[in-house]
Design a protein around this ligand. Structure first.
Ligand code: FAD
Ligand code: NAI
Length: 466
C-alpha cells in the first residue's frame, strides 16, 4: 500500500491531521497502537476526567446546595460503579465517533505499533506479532505523551496511581494524597474530594498551577482550601512506601529541613507528562529531539528529516488537546501546499474544577518581566447579577490591556463557566482587538459574560456595577 500521508497516533492531533489531509484529497492512513482511537484525551484524559468532574459536581450540588434552592431530596448516595459506567459510556461514544469520522473520510486505520523503518516507510506490528510495511510520501508523528515518573516511586495504578488509575478507582479513598498541584492534581483531587476523600496536595513549588497568573492562582488556592483541600507547598516528596493497603509518604521542605510523613489510602502522582517517542525508531532515521526529549520541529512542523513531521504533545508547547488539534489541521494544510498556521499567543487553557479557571495570553508576571506597560481591568462575580442569583460568586475576570494601544494581551478568569467565557477573549485577541472593543459590545443580560464586559470597562475605571 502507498499513501500520501501516514499519521502515527490517533489522539486529537493525529486524527484531526488525518481528517484534514483526507479533506484535502490526500490518500491517508493512521496507525494506532490502542484498540480505540482518540488517544490520551478521549481514552484516559480530557473526556473521562470531565465525565467524573460533571458527575461528582452533580453529587455535591445535590448534597450541599439543593436544599437552599428549595429542592428537597434525601441525602444522595454514591453508586461509584454506575458513575464509572457513565464515564465509560461517554468515552466509548467519543472514541466510536472518531472511528466513524475516519471511515467517513475514507482513511485506512491500522491497529498496531508503528515504527519508522526509513523516511517513507512505516512498519506496523499488530498485537499478534504480524507486521507489514506501508509506503508513504509523508509521515506525521502524533504519538503524544506519557506520565512523568518520580524516581524510586513505583506506580502500581492501585495504591500509587497516575491519572489513569485515578480515573478508575473502585472505591472512594478516605485519604488521597496528590503529588503535584498542577491541572491533573486539582481536577482529579476535586473529583475525589467531592465524593468524600480528604485531599492533601504536596507541591514542590511555593504556589499552585505554575504558569498561571499569580493573583489567579493565589485566589484559586483560597477557594480550594475553603472547599476542603489541604496544601503542603514548597515540599519535596522523598519516599512513598506502598504497604499494599495504603501508603506512607515522606516529604521535606524543598529548601531543606525536617521531614514529615503523611498516611494515604491512595497517592496520585501528577507531576507532569513527558513526550512519548519510545519504539518509533527515531534514532535510526536521525530525527532530532530537544533537551527535554521533544521532537524538534520548525515553524512548518517539519523535523530535520524531509517528509517526517510531528505535532501535539510530542513537540514543544502546551500539552493541550486543542493545541494538538490546531497543529493537526495546520500540518495537513502545509503538506497539501497550503498555508497552515497556529497562533501560539492565543491558546486558551482551562482547569475544569468548580469554579473553573481559564486563561489566555500573557500573565501579569510575564508582562512585567518583558517590561510591557499595561492596564488591568478587574470585575468580581459578586457584582454580576446572574452569578449572584445562582450563588456562584467566587472569582473574577481580569483583563490585561496594553497601556498605549489598549490591545488585549491577556485574560484570566476564575468563575462559573470560565472555560466558555474565555472564548470571548480568544476571539477578541485573534482579531487583535482592544478592551474598548469588548466594552462597546452589547452583552445580553443577565449573563455571566457581562462580567467580561465590566472587566473591559474597568480597564479605564468605568465599570458600572462596581
Ligand atoms: P495523544 O492524545 O497522547 O495520542 C497519541 C496516540 O499515539 C495514543 O493513542 C498512543 O497510543 C499512540 N501511539 C503512541 N506511540 C505509537 C506508536 N508507536 N504506534 C502507534 N500508535 C502510537 N487537554 C485538554 O486540552 N483539555 C483537557 O481537559 C485535558 N484533560 C486531560 C486530563 C488528563 C487526565 C490527561 C492525562 C490529559 C489531559 N489533557 C487535556 C491533555 C491531552 O490529553 C493531550 O494534550 C492530548 O491528548 C495530546 O494529543 P496528541 O494527539 O498529541 O497525543
Ligand atoms: P502540570 O505540569 O500541570 O503540573 C505538575 C505539578 O507538579 C507542577 O505544579 C509542578 O511544580 C509539580 N511537581 C513537579 N515535580 C514535583 C515533585 N517532585 N514533587 C511535587 N510536585 C512536583 O502537570 P499535570 O497536572 O501532571 O498535567 C500534565 C499535563 O496534562 C498538563 O501540563 C496539561 O497540559 C495536561 N492537562 C490538561 C488539562 C486541562 O486542560 N484541563 C487537564 C489535565 C491535564
Amino acid at each position: 500500500m502507498s499513501y500520501d500521508v501516514i499519521v502515527i497516533g490517533t489522539g486529537p492531533g493525529g486524527y484531526v491531521a488525518a481528517i484534514r489531509a483526507a479533506q484535502l484529497g490526500l490518500k491517508t492512513a493512521v496507525v494506532e497502537k490502542r484498540k480505540t482511537h482518540g488517544g490520551t484525551c478521549l481514552n484516559v484524559g480530557c473526556i473521562p476526567s470531565k465525565a467524573l468532574l460533571h458527575a461528582s459536581h452533580m453529587f455535591e450540588e445535590a448534597r450541599d446546595h439543593f436544599a437552599g434552592l428549595g429542592i428537597g431530596v434525601s441525602a444522595p448516595t454514591l453508586d461509584l460503579k454506575t458513575m464509572q459506567a457513565f464515564k465509560q459510556e461517554g468515552v466509548d461514544g467519543n472514541t466510536k465517533g472518531v472511528e466513524f469520522l475516519l471511515k467517513k473520510n475514507k482513511i485506512d486505520a491500522f491497529i498496531g505499533t508503528a515504527r519508522i523503518a526509513a523516511p517513507g516507510q512505516v512498519e506496523v506490528t499488530a498485537d499478534d506479532g504480524s507486521n507489514q510495511v506501508l509506503e508513504t510520501k509523508n509521515i506525521i508523528i502524533a504519538t503524544g505523551s506519557d506520565v512523568t515518573r518520580l524516581p524510586g516511586i513505583e506506580i502500581d495504578e492501585k495504591i500509587v496511581v497516575s491519572s489513569t488509575g485515578a480515573l478508575e478507582l473502585e472505591s472512594v479513598p478516605k485519604r488521597l494524597v496528590v503529588i503535584g498541584a498542577g491541572v491533573i492534581g486539582l481536577e482529579l483531587g476535586s473529583v475525589w474530594r467531592r465524593l468524600g476523600s480528604e485531599v492533601t496536595v504536596v507541591e514542590y513549588l511555593d504556589r499552585i498551577l505554575p504558569g498561571m497568573d499569580g493573583e489567579v492562582a493565589k485566589n484559586f488556592q483560597r477557594i480550594l482550601t475553603k472547599q476542603g483541600f489541604q496544601f503542603k507547598l514548597g515540599s519535596k516528596v522523598t519516599k512513598v512506601e506502598n504497604t499494599g493497603k495504603g501508603a506512607t509518604l515522606t516529604f521535606e521542605p524543598a529548601a531543606g529541613g525536617a521531614a514529615e510523613t503523611i498516611e494515604a489510602d491512595v497517592v496520585l502522582v501528577a507531576i507532569g507528562r513527558v513526550p512519548y517517542t519510545q519504539g518509533l525508531g527515531l534514532d535510526r532515521v536521525g530525527v532530532q529531539l530537544d533537551s527535554r526529549g521533544r521532537i524538534q520541529t520548525d515553524a512548518h512542523f517539519s523535523t530535520n528529516v524531509t517528509g517526517i513531521y510531528a505535532i501535539g504533545d510530542v513537540i514543544a508547547g502546551p500539552m493541550l488537546a486543542h493545541k494538538a488539534e490546531d497543529e493537526g489541521v495546520a500540518v495537513a494544510e502545509i503538506i497539501a501546499g497550503k498555508a497552515g498556521h497556529v497562533n501560539y499567543d492565543v491558546i486558551p487553557s482551562v482547569v475544569y474544577t468548580f469554579p473553573e479557571v481559564a486563561s489566555i495570553g500573557k500573565t501579569e508576571e510575564e508582562l512585567k518581566a518583558a517590561g510591557v506597560a499595561y492596564n488591568v481591568g478587574k470585575f468580581p462575580f459578586t457584582a454580576n447579577g446572574r452569578a449572584k442569583v445562582n450563588r456562584t460568586t467566587d472569582g473574577f475576570v481580569k483583563i490585561l490591556a496594553d497601556a498605549t494601544t489598549d490591545k488585549v494581551l491577556g485574560v484570566h478568569i476564575i468563575g462559573p463557566e470560565a472555560g466558555n467565557l474565555i472564548h470571548e477573549a480568544a476571539i477578541t485577541m485573534e482579531f487583535g482587538g482592544s478592551s474598548e472593543d469588548i466594552a462597546r459590545t452589547c452583552h445580553a443580560h443577565p449573563t455571566l459574560a457581562e462580567a467580561v464586559k465590566e472587566a473591559a470597562l474597568a480597564v479605564e475605571k468605568r465599570a458600572i456595577h462596581m
